[in-house]
Design a binder for this molecule. Structure first.
Ligand SMILES: Cc1cc2nc3c(=O)[nH]c(=O)nc-3n(C[C@H](O)[C@H](O)[C@H](O)COP(=O)(O)OP(=O)(O)OC[C@H]3O[C@@H](n4cnc5c(N)ncnc54)[C@H](O)[C@@H]3O)c2cc1C
Length: 473
């Protein structure tokens, strides 16, 4: 084959990238392309924009890093703005390509764009898609994806007993891109991408790109030696190292889960192998589970009734939703988490479970509004991980037991000294921990003593949450 186009999507890396590796091994010349799609910036039907600056910045950095890495291999990355259904066939025609190689992903919009590209290619151009973003390859599952269990544990056990993780592929040494002189190679446009200031309270400065992703793995595994206690610390709330923080690099495909798995094995051989080291792989299996569930259930994951056809009366209360989204509910553990998300694009797993439960159980607001808000804000947004976890939390997804989180006792347990809530709500920093989690219990005199006036310095609670949890049981 003479010429192949490689359409990069959520696989912005050279290491263990079968799409790129297959094209390089098959074609004499390779044209790598990335397309910024303006539809990613529109407002969704839930009244929330799709993309906030944190993730936009991360992706832009990831694309630039990919461009630099390709240049180091003698290649180039064409960066275009437009609909891939138009851009990719144009590039294929312009370079008289024989084939297009691309990553395939399971969610509905991604699939419809993929089909749109394939259908718009000239008849002589073949289309090759590759499944590249999970730990276990789809063809290695012991049960076909459309018949897999909807419950995590039996699915995980079957996969662990009957499938192997494939070895990661090495990065290509050379990517032979033809001369692109005279062809516009724009860098990703800066317009529309506000640069959010870095907040010094952020757990990490998430820098996009494979280089930064591998650096983070080196720090977390090797320099700081934290994998040995991952399971113990993963429910933390403050600081860089209570959990891996790999999610944003995994979501954009800057890191491959198989490459990460090989690093865990190397750590287990060279340092220690224990329940904590296994647990990181266990969490990657959760990630895989939602990817395969999306392939199985498709658009049902976006229905109010979810994948189990559960009918609940969801409220469409814009005011309550805005208070939640802005971190102005008057419930400190919820507000601290939402303010962290808004300022940094990240929130811990513990935080995500609690704010999701607060919105869907305590306020009974439509869970899809919450999922759409996370889609906008999260630096690590991934369609299957996000909508899958939201559906789960709302009681309409996988494994659902109708258990709500009591955000008050959760806050008091995981943030017993109130260090987390006072980091994000400095207006409460003079309060004893008990009041920092339940400021409404202060009398007027106590408010004066601690210089916190409810309704002025910090909101009064939007509902009587203690009574609400008594009702929920
Ligand atoms: C309501 C809600 C929404 C979420 N939305 C997303 C999302 O859009 N993108 C996303 O990557 N994760 C999402 N998660 C899962 C999880 O919260 C994050 O993956 C995790 O907090 C990221 O931090 P970390 O990389 O330090 O995780 P670690 O604890 O270090 O975990 C290692 C990796 O395992 C994977 N992982 C861990 N927990 C989960 C999980 N429950 N589901 C799927 N994968 C998991 C992630 O890739 C993560 O990077 C969501 C969870 C909830 C409850």
């Amino acid at each position: 084959m003479d010429t192949a186009v490689v359409w990069f999507r959520d696989d912005l890396r050279l290491s263990d990238n079968p799409t790129l590796a297959n094209a390089v091994n098959t074609a004499t010349e390779v044209i790598p392309v990335y397309v910024f799609d303006p539809r990613d910036r529109r407002e969704t039907r839930y009244g929330v924009e799709k993309l906030a600056p944190h993730r936009a910045r991360f992706r832009r950095e990831s694309v630039l890093n990919l461009q630099e890495s390709l240049q180091d291999c003698g290649g180039e990355l064409l960066v275009r703005e437009g609909k891939p259904e138009t851009v990719i066939p144009d590039v294929a025609r312009r370079f008289e390509a024989d084939a297009v190689y691309a990553q395939t992903k399971p969610a509905t919009e991604e699939v419809s764009v993929e089909y749109g590209v394939r259908d718009a290619l000239p008849a002589a151009v073949s289309f090759h898609r590759r499944w590249t973003h999970t730990l276990y390859h789809i063809n290695d599952l012991p049960t076909r994806y459309d018949r897999i269990d909807d419950t995590f544990t039996p699915w995980r056990k079957a996969v662990e007993s009957h499938a192997d993780v494939r070895d990661p592929l090495p990065a290509p040494k050379a990517v032979p891109t033809p001369a692109v002189d005279g062809i516009d190679v724009p860098t990703p446009s800066d317009e529309d991408i506000e640069q959010p200031d870095h907040d010094s309270r952020a757990v990490l400065r998430f820098e996009g790109g494979e280089t930064a992703g591998k650096r983070r793995v080196r720090e977390y595994f090797w320099d700081n030696d934290r994998l040995r206690e991952y399971k113990e610390t993963r429910n933390g709330l403050l600081g860089a190292d209570y959990s891996s923080k790999f999610s944003a690099w995994l979501a954009t495909g800057c890191l491959s889960p198989r490459w990460l798995h090989a690093e865990v094995q190397r750590y287990e051989n060279e340092r220690v192998s224990n329940e904590d080291t296994y647990w990181l792989v266990f969490e990657l299996l959760w990630r895989d589970f939602f990817q395969f569930q999306f392939l199985k259930h498709g658009a049902d994951f976006f229905a109010p009734t979810g994948i189990r056809d559960v009918h609940k009366e969801w409220k469409h209360d814009r005011k309550a939703f805005r208070q939640w989204a802005d971190g102005e509910t008057g419930i400190p553990f919820v507000d601290a988490n939402m303010r962290e998300l808004n300022r940094t694009g990240y929130m811990s797993n513990r935080g995500r479970q609690n704010v999701a439960s607060f919105l869907t159980d305590a306020l009974e607001v439509d869970w899809r509004w919450g999922a759409a808000y996370f889609e906008k804000q999260l630096v690590d947004y991934d369609v299957a991980s996000n909508w899958g976890n939201w559906a789960y939390q709302a009681g309409v997804g996988n494994d659902s037991r109708d258990n709500h989180f009591n955000v008050l006792s959760q806050g008091e347990y995981y943030d017993d000294d109130a260090a987390y809530v006072t980091t994000w709500l400095p207006e409460l920093s003079e309060l004893p921990a008990e009041y920092a989690h339940r400021p409404w219990r202060m009398s007027a005199e106590e408010q004066a003593t601690h210089s916190v006036e409810l309704g002025s310095d910090y909101p009064r609670p939007m509902l009587d949450i203690e009574t609400r949890y008594d009702e929920l049981g």
